[in-house]
Design a protein around this ligand. Structure first.
Ligand code: ATP
Length: 268
């Protein structure tokens, strides 16, 4: 029960279709993670007998790495165990090796499962001379359990790690993650695709042009685009609140609730 806060169950709610762009990574994930979790029997012979057990997603902040991890677990019908450095070092300080062991044993019990380590560099970064004893122990515990994933009962457990600082990772960790995917900042066509997904359920006026917004947002990550859309969606709400303020108190019962559709000007 103590481990409950690291588990996100099958109703994770993020699907591949909720992620705009990143098509190549999604395809690779299907082959490398989802298929072996769903059909392990196809990976028991020859070259595929030792399927890859870990993937690293690296790239700038807000590019959708966490979303990808959630969607992979959801699409595979797997449980997601979400590990953050904070959960290990704060609650389990002094007992962190036990925690690591418990996570992997829980992952095996809940299989198929995906162990997601966000900001993996802060947990499994390069060895330093004056490394804290606990950091060293956590790292060793991870390596040990990671190697255990090759055993039969750990067959349907997969490790996904994400970082903005791949060069800070320990060599031994990198060796255990043979497949690495760079999650880039989106270019114009991909920003347009992401906007389409983010605004899919929004009431939009006909003048809203995804391509034009994509051209205006050079250097934006998916997360920046999401923030832009939220800010745009606030504008019609603010207008109504302004109008409410101007109305006399007697008119208060006839408050306007109907929001106008978003217009191109809201994104500028
Ligand atoms: P960090 O490195 O800071 O942890 P991250 O790469 O894990 O960031 P996410 O947390 O997955 O990024 O993305 C943050 C939010 O940005 C998401 O919840 C989502 O709203 C939006 N977002 C990012 N990328 C995309 C995308 N490709 N399609 C749709 N929404 C996106």
């Amino acid at each position: 029960r103590i481990l409950e806060d690291v588990i996100l169950h099958k109703e994770i709610g993020v699907k591949f279709d909720d992620i705009g762009a990143l098509d190549k990574i999604k395809d690779a994930m299907k082959e490398v993670v989802i298929l072996p979790l769903q059909r392990p029997e196809l990976f028991c012979k020859g070259q595929l007998r030792k399927p890859c057990r870990g993937i690293l997603l690296f790239g700038p902040p807000g590019t959708g790495k966490t979303m990808l991890a959630k969607a992979v677990a959801a699409e595979a019908g797997a449980n997601l165990l979400n590990i953050s450095t904070a959960s290990i070092t704060s609650k389990w300080y002094g007992d962190s090796e036990k925690f690591v062991k418990a996570i992997f044993s829980l992952a095996s019990k809940l299989a198929p499962s995906v162990v997601f380590i966000d900001e993996v560099d802060s947990l499994l970064g390069k060895r330093r001379e004056l490394e804290h004893e606990i950091t060293r122990k956590v790292k060793n515990a991870f390596m040990l359990n990671w190697d255990g994933l090759r055993t039969k009962d750990m067959e349907r457990v997969f490790v996904l790690a994400a970082t903005n600082r791949p060069f800070d990772l320990d060599e031994a960790v990198l060796r255990r993650i043979p497949r690495r995917f760079m999650v880039h900042l989106p270019d114009v066509p991909n920003r347009s695709k992401i906007l389409k997904v983010i605004l899919a359920e929004e009431d939009l006026s006909r003048d809203v042009d995804f391509n034009a917004i994509a051209h205006m947002t050079d250097g934006f990550s998916g997360s920046d685009l999401k923030n832009l859309c939220v800010a745009a969606a606030y504008r019609p709400v603010r207008e109504i609140l302004e109008k409410d303020k101007q109305k006399s108190p007697q008119g208060a019962e006839r408050k306007q609730t109907e929001l106008r559709p978003l217009e191109m000007a809201d994104f500028k």
